[in-house]
Design a protein around this ligand. Structure first.
Ligand SMILES: Nc1ncnc2c1ncn2[C@@H]1O[C@H](COP(=O)(O)OP(=O)(O)OP(=O)(O)O)[C@@H](O)[C@H]1O
Ligand SMILES: [Mg+2]
Length: 292
């Protein structure tokens, strides 16, 4: 994370709310011993750098989609979100109108505070992205019979690194098996739902934590365009792999020759429009609901 490049819109500098972490996209506030407030901003990061231009509406879209998925997957694994937080969010927005955005109920969630398990649980249904780069012998989008679990470290200041399952197992023991099995099960479920919405779920990243009872719970965001790669089924079937995520931005910054090091370049309005259009398309197809 590069704090210098973070827009300050959602920063607070005091008051009763305690900002405990500003991630690339989300701001985490401590509400009490058991609960956190997670606010999804409109910030966009690519190549682990946060861009100065927000993508208006992105945080609301990510939150709507995450809420929807956490509801759908709760029988596979419980999550950090118990639902029913709108009233409390409305009250928080009113009480802290100087620090928190007015649309807080749409872009935030009140979640169970937990100990984050410091691995990213990446699951791939097809050979693409970084995995394909390290296996150039395979055709792009070769399907895996069983979704492939390719965990990575969760580095605070460096790029996340793919590690072997054995390395994860050395640190976590049997929990590593549990996380792999849960991740693959969640991926299979989500891929099937996506197919029904005319989308191919190519790959995703999940995060888990342990709650205060020691149970494994699904945390953070879930099957969003920030954490997953989606391709329209009709494109996929004709070999076109345009993904419905921040690829528009990545392509733009690559095309102008940015070296992927801060400071990041400005993003033209047209690229911002296309990006939010893709995020919305995924969220609307999956949930069937338009959000403001
Ligand atoms: N229930 C929870 N309890 C504690 N931490 C959480 C919980 N849910 C999410 N987090 C953490 O909150 C942060 C969310 O912020 P954000 O998504 O912006 O992070 P990030 O900069 O993208 O980093 P990452 O690549 O780890 O997601 C993540 O570090 C995530 O691990
Ligand atoms: Mg994140």
């Amino acid at each position: 994370m590069h704090p210098d490049s973070l827009p300050t819109r959602y920063c607070i500098s005091g008051g009763a709310l305690n900002l405990i972490k500003q991630g690339k996209v989300r701001d985490l506030y401590s509400l009490n011993d058991k609960q956190l407030l997670i606010v999804a901003s409109d910030r966009l990061s690519a190549y682990d750098v946060v861009f100065p231009d927000p993508i208006p509406g992105k945080g609301v879209v990510l939150t709507a989609l995450t809420r929807w998925w956490l509801e759908q997957t709760k029988d596979i694994v419980p999550s950090h979100w118990a639902g029913n937080d709108r009233e409390q969010l409305r009250a928080l927005a009113a009480e802290h109108s100087d620090a928190l955005p007015a649309d807080l109920p749409e872009r935030a969630m009140i979640v169970e505070r937990c100990e984050v398990i410091p691995f990213e649980c990446v699951v791939r249904g097809y050979a693409f992205g970084s995995w394909l780069k390290s296996h150039p012998d395979l055709e792009p989008m070769t399907p895996f019979e069983t979704p492939l679990f390719t965990p990575s470290t969760k580095a605070e200041e460096r790029h996340d690194e793919t590690i072997s399952f054995d390395v994860m197992h050395e640190t976590l023991g049997d929990t590593a098996d549990d996380l792999r099995d849960l991740s693959v099960q969640l991926f299979r479920f989500a891929a099937q739902v996506c197919r029904g919405a005319g989308l191919v779920l190519v790959d995703t990243k999940l995060e888990f934590g342990r709650n205060q009872d020691g149970a494994i719970i699904l945390i953070d965001e879930c099957f969003t365009p920030d954490s997953s790669r989606f391709v329209l089924e009709e494109d996929f079937d004709r070999g076109v792999y345009t993904s419905f995520d921040k690829q528009v931005v990545r392509d733009y910054v690559d095309q102008i020759g940015w070296d992927r090091k801060p400071p990041p370049p400005r993003i033209p309005a047209e690229i911002i429009e296309r990006t939010i259009g893709r995020y919305r398309a995924v969220q609307e197809r999956i949930t069937g609901v338009h959000v403001p």
